[in-house]
Design a protein around this ligand. Sequence first.
Ligand code: ZN
Length: 1059
Amino acid sequence: HPTPPPPCRSAALPGSATCTQRACAGRAAPVVPVRRGPAPGAAEPSGTEPGPGAAMAQPAGPAAACPVQNQMMHSSDAQGYNPAVPGSYSHPKVPPHQPSGQYNYSGSQNVSQFNSYQGPGQTLNRPPVAPLSGSPVQQTGPVPQVPPPALQNSAAISSAGSFPPGAGPPMLSNWQYSQSAVSHPAGTPPSHLAPGTGTGSAQPSPSLSGNTNPPGSYQYAASPGGPSLHNSFMKPATPHPSPAPPNLKMNRNVGYSYPALPPGYQNTSPPGAPGMQASALQYPDGSKHFHQPPLGTNHLTASMGSLSLQQEGLRPVNLLQERNILPTTILQAPVPNLHEDIQKLNCNPELFRCTLTNIPQTQALLNKAKLPLGLLLHPFKDLSQLPVVTSSTIVRCRSCRTYINPFVSFLDQRRWKCNLCYRVNDVPEEFMYNPVTRVYGEPHKRPEVQNATIEFMAPSEYMLRPPQPPVYLFVFDVSHNAIETGYLNTVCKTLLDNLDLLPGNTRTKIGFITFDSTIHFYSLQEGLSQPQMLIVSDIEDVFIPMPENLLVNLNENKELIQDLLRTLPQMFTKSLETQSALGPALQAAFKLMSPTGGRISVFQTQLPSVGMGALKSREEPNQRATAKDIHLTPSTDFYKKLALDCSGQQVAVDLFLLSGQYSDLASLGCISRYSAGSVYYYQSYHHKHNPVQVEKLQKELKRYLTRKIGFEAVMRIRCTKGLSIHTFHGNFFVRSTDLLSLPNVNPDAGYAVQMSVEESLTDMQVVSFQSALLYTSSKGERRIRVHTMCLPVVTTLSDVYAGADVQAITGLLANMAVDRSVSATLSDARDALVNAVIDSLSAYRSSVLSIQQPGLMAPSSLRLFPLYVLALLKQKAFQTGTNARLDERIFTMCQVKNQPLVYLMLMTHPSLYRVDNLTDEGALNINDRTIPQPPILQLSVEKLSRDGAYLMDAGSVMFLWIGKNCGQSFISQVLGVPNYGSIPQNMTHLPELETAESIRTIAFVSWLREQRPFFPILYIIKDDSPLKSSFLQNMIEDRTESALSYYEFLLHIQQQVNK
Ligand SMILES: [Zn+2]
């Protein structure tokens, strides 16, 4: 039952673009199949995600014989590390001899001096003379028409990326603080043009077929009953925990004592009271009880607890007066305003989060709020506990294919109503038996209905071919430049150490390719006494010599593989070959992997210089200071096209870039971005000159090699009828409208989507969102991981603000700003970020605050919004000034797009702790370790005292700043040196001393490191340390050469808001 391919417009690209040509190209080129239903011969089963037209018959499973296993999944959360960015926050290797900031990158300038090089003398075997059978040419078929990325992204942006949605992005001229105006820091910003008068940033949007595919056309088959059916969702009236009268609550709010507030403010009647009244009344009114025996979760009423939390979210805060708005502990996600019985079943916000925990009923209301609506996902996160269901019947809505979940309603024991499309479905016979309680007739107690996060073992109809073995191919740059860095030693050693920990089974296959100006293959055939090297020097027409012995079974050929890993680092030490044929090497890797799919890990140390995909340096030093015309877009579509080919064959490419020179990550990164891979960047990696990076690479590579991996994956995100997803952020290829193609999925990747309200959500109390990730485990099982989140619908602006999730909003805006930077300019992106703050606070001021007050007012839920946006503006991805090298900037943008929210927030707004006076008060106790929990401080030098020591945790890098007058005991008992003067300049490790202070400090730093999948380098710095400027750069609240202080920024915002 193959479904016809969807209309052309339905295929979008990662990075939020929808592109008509792509879909066509995808169908023309068989390697990028575009399909929705199961397509015969297609590589990956999409059975889990057929469109409505392809509703699959529910298999009639054996009744009442459904073993459910509540397995505990092993957590690997704390075991290792993942990609990180030393360069993002520190510049240990900024060449000091170039004070003017002039760099002369030239990937190929040394070539001529090595021209006499005759070729590798290390050949283990003669290369085959002639191409083998047929030697297929890479792109014989129609080549996908890839429109210029800028063009394609601009379409996406102008359709969906207006910040905030619905508002035309106003053109704000650069308001940046100019140094001459010291006495009036923000006094003379050019005027903020009103929305609609913007000129530069918005693309004219007539041509925007954009990403806004009308969902009605594909997403949900019209449900017979529609809203009328929905009415039965409402329960007969019952006593409801009546919320306290609104003014009582207001009294309590007023009772918060904020000494900084002048009495006059405390006495003003609470703004926003009408809105809150509405909210307080709405839920009681709508909430009615289910008269039947409790079948699942039927209490859709607001709970007292979260209601008062929400009202706290609406408390007006004068940002110019309240300086201490930063919480002293990590900010938690807001709790949705749902009845506690429902909320306790809701998805963990670490996995699934919405920018607005109160969903506006209409697009008009959303537009009014000037806040972006979207979801942030971390779908494959390592979990310590995950219910896994093995059942022959996976219960899904027959209409929209939603998986049964805690937020459906049971009309009776035999019928359940879908919470996404409202279709009434039958409960299959098998589902009537609950294997947990061993009772018949309790379908609502099944684990599927009790867990918002669950994994299913997928039966065979979820496969289009048998699950493939895990296949790992490593591709190493062995040019002179690469050998110089010494990386191959570290990588081969780490791989040797972790060979047995690669996720897989007896079928696991592995292979190796190395390359400089030629491509070298390694035959690992059983029976050989040593690996055989095969050199292919025709890089214009790459072929695979003896394809059968290049990817071999890991277990059966382990000795040869270990042999190769031991010899590889030495094999090229005398090589003088400087050329890099990365493109042809990747083409060869793709050919080798095509039959099975799998993972390619490519290590590259320079700009590719020969063959397909060769690049030229584009970084011009004098452009680094400005936000204009920097090269954020790829210079060739070679890597993107190849990535799409890879995606079509279930191959993902992970790029490890270890380079001190400009390597055009904007172009190279496409190979990972579109194939659902990851990018790792080790700026200025050198085993001797930059030893601290060696440890980082080791740790992160270990995590990379041993972390969970899913193959042949697809993900679909569904939401309740009326809502529509229109833009996707992350590393993947959007196939057929809303099906994300993920040849590999890893537990450290995050995703984001933007949404709009297509049809008003009238009469709905709640809406739901569900992500379903279908993948092949490394053990060869087909599995589906499902997350479902339920959120209330609101009708007033004040309720929308009350439920705003400022971190999720910041994260989504950061993703949108990356797109804007690429499609338009960096300054457009920066303006859009600033405008997002101005517009939302203006809307709040004019539409929610009932009494106008002086100052800059924000609802408490958004009190950190200006601070976080300022932090984004100062972040490597979006900052101006001379600090950001192009590849560093691009890499930070990659991270914004691909990291889960929690890490994105940490790299945007680091956490600062005082650590010279750590105590056990309030400490955590984990596995007999006592972990101190010092309060988080504001990011300002005002908070630093010269007699203290402070730890700044910026996610992928940490700084321990030691004050000049720091206590002797800390210096000797934690750093192990006699005094301040003897602290070494480049100290990066805390010695393990037997003192209480040392144990506490190390426990705290290790605990922070264990929380994340990458390994932050710790730099211990003093006043005269060259890294001090990196440390100070992260002091978001302070003024820097090129950016406003927080207070100046607030004044600027206030000026615009009050216009
Ligand atoms: Zn449905």
